[in-house]
Write a protein that binds this ligand. Sequence first.
Ligand code: ARG
Length: 483
Amino acid sequence: MTSSNSLDRKSQAWSALFSEPMSELVQRYTASVFFDQRLWRADIQGSLAHAEMLQAQGIISAQDLADIQRGLKQITQDIENGQFEWKLELEDVHLNIEARLTQLVGDAGKRLHTGRSRNDQVATDVRLWLRDEIDAIRELLKNLQRALVDVAAQHTQTVMPGFTHLQVAQPISFAHHLLAYVEMLSRDEERMGEIRHRVNRLPLGSAALAGTTYPLDRARVATTLGMVNAQGEPQLCQNSLDAVSDRDFAIEFTAAATLCMVHISRLSEELIIWMSQNFAFIQLADRFTTGSSIMPQKKNPDVPELARGKTGRVVGHLMGLITLMKGQPLAYNKDNQEDKEPLFDTVDTLKDTLRIFAEMIGGQTTSSGTKEGGLCVNAAHMEAAAKKGHATATDLADYLVKKGLPFRDAHETVAHAVKAATSHNCDLSELPLNVLQGFHASIEKDVYEVLSLHGSLNARNTVGGTAPAQVQAQIARHQQRLA
Ligand code: ARG
């Protein structure tokens, strides 16, 4: 029966029932081993915890446990050394490792799967793997925040135009602008931490879907695997059907990753705008830019552009995972195998992006411990840009309000003054005193301090405002939080 383009069922785990071999095409279509092999460490970790519990419960012998431990140790070494042979016909990471274990240690290897199914096994593996990735991502999020805070600390007095509708609105400091991203990223970090609680729960013991007839000690396995809450209590999935079938933990992680990428995408868009010659607010180090094959003068911000582009890819993964789930009846369905590639790619994309941004903004650490080659800021250009567009018009209105005008009247008066400045081809702050007094008699010499960029900045001294004193306080808070 076995044809040359099909593989022998004997090498598979469920062979006895089947009368014909699986075609090569179906085998390739259903196999996941070439992408899920990256779960190998979690798979072995889960198997060791399971086996140790089986022995403690008297379900397998001490000798079986010792054999399983020895075999899994050998397999760990082989995989680490690149000597493990992954076989497509063994479908996935779980069956590959189990088959090799049996080859190495005999019957003990066949006993490992007692009271377990690949359904609760894979759910456990993905959770263990994702938990560690979340920890790594939270560290990377901290590093990027640190880089932003470091640059911000140098620019509490660097004035730039703040925009709404991409029109000059009010002066802000460059530090204040950067700290807006620190806030976003700190929420991303917080969100990842909250999701980690729900990821870190144990499906194992649910078996295929209904639980198992063996007297398993699920709490023990959870504790061994570090699936415990802050009080050290084991965290178990409490319904076997739910445990093997839902991937909401992967979906909410991807949603959080998407939000984080959206934040980075907004920052990217700004870096791109700021780097264009018409703004010239910043320069990125050459190693983050590329040239053009035809235009010799070009230096393109490829890294932020790609980050903006890769955000679309992560958004796509989120849509893919949600769609994957929506039509599935309980419990496990093979559809769920499709959770891995989007999830893996989301993790890879986010980690690479966070790493590269931390270095692009903050620079590289030199041998003397200082940072070099980060974001290069052109403070003079930023300040010049803030002087276009009458950025302190609101300050003049506020000045008139303090002289007793109702705000709406002050607003209207300033609009006339802005019109005059525009026709004089100058900024509002450059109009002579007698001209300003023509708009309202209460205007005095002290108005020029109010109309100045730094005067405007200093005046916004409420919590969360752009005044250097407020921004300094925020920087200190962040530094302490990120220490
Ligand atoms: N490779 C499978 C997956 O990723 C493992 C679980 C398979 N379970 C099954 N009943 N076929 O989902």
